[in-house]
Design a protein around this ligand. Structure first.
Ligand code: AMP
Ligand code: MG
Length: 334
């Protein structure tokens, strides 16, 4: 049912798109993973674009069906439900995301960690109760967090070593869905285009008309200055505390939680990452939110494939902008 709804959106929008001789730019809007998605494809024929869009939206919906913790039937929900030391056979797609998540955890010194989920429960409970959790509650959850307690076997099983462990791929699955959609478009004859899910996007191939792709950096509420990037094929992702979070006793806490302290990220309004593909750029933006501007920029300076921009809330409620040294090269002059 979920998938059928997405397809209807795709068909309608593709028919409306242009149809002059030579390649045209086709665009569809859909709802994927609870957020707005936009796909752009440069194609000779509307039929080609439409078929490609259908495959791509199908692929994105499949990622959601396999990995969403909001769906009790997903593979991730099944894994969370089986209890400690019970290997669950997962699909090659879910396995790929788990493997990438473990890599990203290593690359970011544990700032990105899909086993952080018991902390999500702690902070959701705190929000409902309107009361901050005690140190003991946070410590008990932290004891069940850690990629070292996540086992992936060669034959495609995943298991969680501690009782009460949970995983949540919310910081990486969207990026994977974007990469899968790009792959589907390419396999269906689309040489260039854009896949954007909720402000995380990937650009592939040559921009129609030549030159660089232009992308506006997502502006969190309250930020008025436009920052426009000029980039080649790459992924541009943004994480922020404005998107979702918890109100606990009148104070706003981010939905991104530091797996090392157990506390939500504070004062990092948004992080924008430029990276080679969407899965790593998505996870990196979440990880950098945890790391904060100083540690995060130092990490990115040590990685050749990434650049980042931080918007941080300062004491006077002003938004401070910091970026890695290479990020500036992508900012459009005009
Ligand atoms: P994003 O919008 O890509 O930054 O992803 C935010 C989502 O990542 C949250 O809603 C959680 O599902 C998940 N998440 C939160 N904190 C972490 C963390 N430290 N490591 C991995 N995933 C996290
Ligand atoms: Mg992310």
């Amino acid at each position: 049912m979920r998938r059928a709804l997405v397809l209807v959106a795709a068909v309608v929008a593709a028919v409306v798109a242009g149809c002059s001789p030579g390649p045209s730019t086709f665009e569809v809007n859909a709802v994927v993973m609870g957020t707005d998605a936009r796909l752009v494809a440069v194609a000779q024929e509307a039929d080609t674009a439409q078929a490609a869009f259908e495959q791509a939206t199908d692929r994105m919906s499949l990622v959601e069906e396999l990995m969403s913790t909001y769906l009790p039937t997903s593979e991730v929900s099944r894994l969370n439900a089986v209890g400690a030391d019970t290997p669950v056979l997962v699909s090659p797609m879910t396995l790929e995301v788990f493997r990438a998540a473990v890599e990203m955890s290593k690359m970011t010194g544990g700032a990105f960690d899909v086993t952080y989920a018991p902390l999500r429960t702690v902070w959701r409970t705190a929000a409902t109760a309107g009361q901050l959790p005690t140190d003991a509650i946070v410590a008990a959850a932290l004891a069940r967090v850690g990629t070292d307690k996540l086992t992936i076997t060669q034959d495609g099983h995943v298991s969680l070593a501690a009782a009460g462990m949970e995983v949540d791929l919310g910081g990486i699955a969207k990026g994977y869905a974007i990469d899968m959609a790009v792959k589907a478009l390419q396999e269906n004859g689309i040489r260039s285009g854009i896949v954007d899910i909720g402000h995380d996007l990937r650009l592939f191939g040559e921009r129609p008309g030549g030159g660089k792709w232009r992308v506006g950096v997502y502006r969190p509420p309250g930020v008025t200055d436009d920052i426009v990037l000029e980039v080649g094929p790459c992924a541009v992702t943004t994480s922020g505390d404005y998107a979702r979070g918890f109100d606990v006793a009148g104070e706003w806490y981010s939905h991104i939680i530091d797996p090392r302290t157990g506390w939500p990220v504070k004062d990092v309004t948004s992080v924008t990452v430029i990276g080679p593909d969407a899965i790593t750029a998505d996870a990196m933006a979440t990880a950098l939110s945890v790391a904060g501007a100083k540690e995060g920029i130092a990490l990115v300076e040590s990685l050749p494939d990434f650049e980042c921009l931080f918007m941080t809330r300062a004491a006077d409620d002003e938004v401070r902008v910091d970026m890695s040294s290479g990020f500036r090269d992508y900012i459009a002059e005009d």
